[in-house]
Design a protein around this ligand. Structure first.
Ligand SMILES: Nc1nc2c(ncn2[C@@H]2O[C@H](COP(=O)(O)OP(=O)(O)OP(=O)(O)O)[C@@H](O)[C@H]2O)c(=O)[nH]1
Length: 457
């Protein structure tokens, strides 16, 4: 089982170093015709080794699961035979046992969710090599890379493709020409604003870059590398006000995550994906369907509950009190020893006061019923709305004590730069990002991986 909350992130310092040579780090022999000479060769060898290790694990898993299936069919057959011997006349035994055996064989258990990724074909293509480089630069070893991580980085890279294509080539052309003249500043400004980076973050980026370029002449590649550090710093800045850099549910603690956001931002989908992600990472999770304002919302949450095998606590009545649902959900979570309660809250209330009142009431119930709980509040934001989404976010950040943002729909949007605006304007850290509608398309946010996908894809 791959634990997404135990990944190593942001090893910025090591990004300057090419990865360790294959011979030093891996158990698998790689056939190379010549000794790696350049950092690129090292990266390629690293990627090949990671690829072979994943393939090897996949083969072992398939073999093991085939063996398990065979053993279980044999055992069941033996069991059936024993039962039939005692209960039925001899002339019936053979055919009935055979029928039961056939039925058992048809009822082969479905592929577990976390094996879905492993079952996907894998190819050592450009995407793989790019993803491997990102992991190598974070100090990872090629023998502990999972296909899930590679699949995710590929999606992230593809998802940010539109934003990147609009940005990078033109940025490279102006950024490496010495101190920025007026034309260069205007070009960079308009490129960043087009990507929805927002005025404040754009100003910070240009000022910091200009200061550096006045200090020393940087060739384009180095200027881009410096630009990356500026972007990463902006994204990481809001973490300084937070006491939990890594947004991880605490083990052996009751964690409650309130999920807020306007309807359509991807709130329900995010709750489903979070339930899947946390359960996969070893947490026992439960959902409270407290968006009672919209009848369909409860049904939608239930569908995700079924999909992810997560209990959903809902109140069947119309327009029921969301705080009452949360009350029931806390009792249910306690009796099941759940470690994480995900609370879906209403996205559209008539005004900010209603929203504030409702969230305050939910918090009061939590403080009463689960004073020991660690509460976090996440705002789901639709990246395709760019700056417009930010205005809505402002209302929520005033109404709820937010601990971070989930940025959804980054795939296919040219407004990926909005992540920087979220950090700069709202001063909120991004905790998770969504790059698709699928259950696996949401993962914890890494500023390092995001900036690499944005500028170096
Ligand atoms: N492309 C893409 N679509 C997404 C993503 N996240 C959610 N969606 C889609 O966005 C649409 C709205 O998502 P919901 O989860 O229903 O949004 P909601 O905020 O709960 O809104 P209501 O359903 O109106 O309550 C759905 O079609 C989702 O599949 C994402 O990361 N990428």
């Amino acid at each position: 089982m791959f634990n997404w909350f135990r990944r190593q992130f942001n090893e910025k310092e090591s990004s300057e170093q090419p990865p360790q040579t294959v011979e030093e780090t891996t158990p698998v022999e790689v056939e190379t015709t010549e000794t790696p000479q350049t950092p690129q060769d090292d990266y390629l060898s690293w990627a090949k080794t990671a690829y072979q290790n994943i393939q090897q694990r996949k083969e072992t898993t398939t073999e093991e699961s085939n063996q398990t299936k065979e053993v279980s069919i044999e055992l069941k057959a033996a069991e059936v035979a024993t039962q039939t011997e005692t209960k039925v006349p001899a002339w019936m035994r053979k055919s009935e046992a055979l029928d039961k055996l056939k039925a058992t064989a048809i009822e082969t258990p479905q592929v577990e969710e976390d094996k879905i990724s492993e079952a996907k074909p894998l190819s050592l293509d450009e995407d793989f090599i790019w993803s491997a480089k990102i992991l190598a630069d974070q100090g990872r070893s090629p023998d502990d890379i999972s296909q899930e991580e590679i699949d995710w980085l590929k999606k992230l890279r593809q998802g940010l493709g539109k934003t990147r294509r609009g940005l990078i080539n033109q940025l490279k052309a102006v950024v490496g020409q010495g101190p920025l003249n007026e034309d260069a500043v205007m070009t960079i400004e308009s490129l960043l604003l087009q990507a929805d980076v927002g005025i404040e973050a754009t100003e910070t980026i240009i000022e910091t870059l200009q200061a550096k370029l006045k200090e020393e002449a940087l060739p384009p590649e180095e200027a881009i590398a410096y630009l990356k550090t500026i972007l990463q710093d902006i994204l990481d800045q809001p973490l300084q006000n937070q006491n939990n850099d890594d947004f991880v549910p605490e083990k052996d603690t009751f964690n409650i995550w309130l999920v807020t956001g306007v309807n359509g931002a991807g709130k329900t989908t995010t709750i489903g994906k979070l339930a899947h992600l946390t359960q996969k990472s070893g947490y026992n999770c439960i959902i409270a369907a407290a968006d009672t304002f919209r009848a369909a919302a409860v049904e939608q949450v239930k569908v995700w509950g079924e999909r992810t095998n997560t209990p959903v606590i809902a109140n069947p009545g119309k327009n029921t009190d969301p705080a009452a649902v949360v009350y029931d959900a806390i009792s249910a979570a306690k009796s099941r020893n759940s470690e994480l309660l995900l609370v879906d809250t209403a996205g559209r209330l008539q005004n900010k006061k209603n929203l504030m009142d409702e969230l305050a009431k939910i918090r009061r119930i939590i403080s009463k019923q689960a004073p020991e709980a660690k509460i976090e509040s996440l705002l789901v934001l639709d990246a395709t709305l760019g700056q417009n989404g930010l205005r809505q976010a402002q209302v929520f950040s005033e109404a709820a004590q937010l601990s971070g943002v989930v940025l959804t729909k980054l795939d296919g949007s040219a407004k990926g730069g909005v992540a920087l605006a979220v950090a700069q304007q709202l001063n909120l850290p991004i905790r998770f990002i969504g790059v698709g509608e699928g259950i696996e398309d949401l993962r914890p946010f890494s500023s390092y991986e995001f900036v690499e996908a944005l500028l170096n894809g």
